[in-house]
Design a protein around this ligand. Structure first.
Ligand SMILES: *Cc1c(COP(=O)(O)O)cnc(C)c1O
Length: 355
């Protein structure tokens, strides 16, 4: 149990008046959570303070070698306005899997969840109310030693900031166009692909710019060795419905183990679908498309929940999936997951945590 000291702001900000214009990641709430780590002492000084800039040495290790991790989850409002979290224990577990890979000290899972709940509680009024909106929660850890040698830092900061975010889909689920990247790669087995860390994103920007220039909104990565097997999309895992079966790339070490991915697999199995977690090549995908067996393609992630894919571009070919509109399974998954998150659909699996 953390002993969290709370200092409230004396100058609260005005909350955004128009919830249809929240967008993503631009507005921050009145408070943030901070806790320090010092070798020999462990995690200490858990506190919630007014949202403000942090002061670090220019030599702080995070600036030079990228020893850092982050998480992403959301607080939703239920039917009676109550704040709800979706599977925060999974974010806590993934934090420690990332930390282990990056030589960042472990953080007790219950402390992670307690810190998230505590800061959301303090800024509870910042959870927007309009349909589809939520309060995005960004926990992260940075290495803070002022030292230019390459080694794991001996001091860290764990922080949580909060950002009210708009409905991802302003007017219903809209299919996206995806660029299958056949030159740049994101991750390799043995690397840090399974870890939620900034380095993976820094490595992804060049391909993202290329995809945007080509008129596509997201990149679909292929494996880093043969550039043949499908891995995942920018910040989403990817699913295919092929001939009635649900297929998604197996967690090979180079793919981020999404919590939405895990929830979707659980729901599909529960509904009686055959779900295959395995290698899937671009060639198999093209073959399925050419024989009319590729029924649906969708991405899964906290931001969009389910993101139907309307078109896939690979080299000079553009595939239109199904009719280019939303598949039946994609829609059902979206309605079910968002319904559980908002408390309008029964939570059979015990995924909801009240703040
Ligand atoms: C966070 C993330 C996902 C999605 O994970 P969720 O837990 O479902 O939000 C997928 N891919 C990458 C690269 C990510 O960083």
């Amino acid at each position: 149990m953390l002993d969290i000291k709370i200092t409230k702001t004396t100058t609260p900000k005005a909350k955004p008046a128009d919830e249809s214009k929240l967008g993503f990641g631009k507005i921050f709430t009145d408070h943030m959570f901070i806790m320090n780590y010092t070798e020999g002492q462990g995690w200490h000084d858990a506190r919630i303070v007014p949202y403000e800039n942090v002061s670090l040495s220019p030599a702080a290790m995070v600036f030079h070698y990228g020893q850092e991790m982050f998480e992403g989850l959301k607080a939703y409002r239920g039917a009676n306005g109550e704040p709800r979290l979706f599977r925060p224990d999974m974010n806590a577990k993934r934090t420690n899997a990332t930390n282990e890979r990056l030589c960042i000290p472990q953080l007790p899972e219950e402390d992670f969840v307690q810190a998230v709940k505590a800061v959301v509680k303090v800024d509870e009024d910042w959870i927007p109310r309009a349909a589809g909106t939520s309060l995005y929660i960004r926990p992260f850890i940075i290495a803070t030693d002022d030292f230019l040698g390459v080694a794991p830092s001996k001091t860290y900061m764990f922080m949580i900031i909060l950002s009210p975010s708009g409905a991802y889909y302003a007017s219903g689920l809209a299919p996206v166009g995806i660029w299958i990247e056949d030159d740049y790669v994101r991750a390799v087995r043995g690397g840090i692909g399974f870890a939620k860390t900034g380095g993976n994103y820094a490595a992804s920007l060049a391909a993202q710019v290329k995809a945007h220039d080509g008129g596509y909104s997201q990149v679909l990565w292929l494996d880093g060795v043969e550039r043949k097997y499908i891995e995942e999309v920018g910040a989403m895992n990817i699913f295919f419905k092929i001939d009635g079966k649900v297929v998604t790339p197996a967690l090979s070490g180079s793919i981020l183990p999404g919590i939405t991915r895990n929830s979707v697999i659980t729901l599909c199995k529960n509904w009686g679908y055959e779900v295959e977690e395995r290698k899937i090549s671009v060639d198999e995908l093209i073959e399925a498309q050419n024989t009319g067996k590729l029924e649906e393609v969708f991405g899964t992630g906290t931001a969009a929940v389910i993101s139907p894919v309307g078109t896939l571009r690979y080299k000079d070919d553009v595939m239109t999936i199904g009719s280019g509109s939303i598949g039946e399974l994609s829609q059902k998954l979206y309605d079910t997951v968002t319904g559980i998150q908002n408390g309008t659909v029964a939570d059979e699996f015990g995924w909801t945590v009240l703040v």
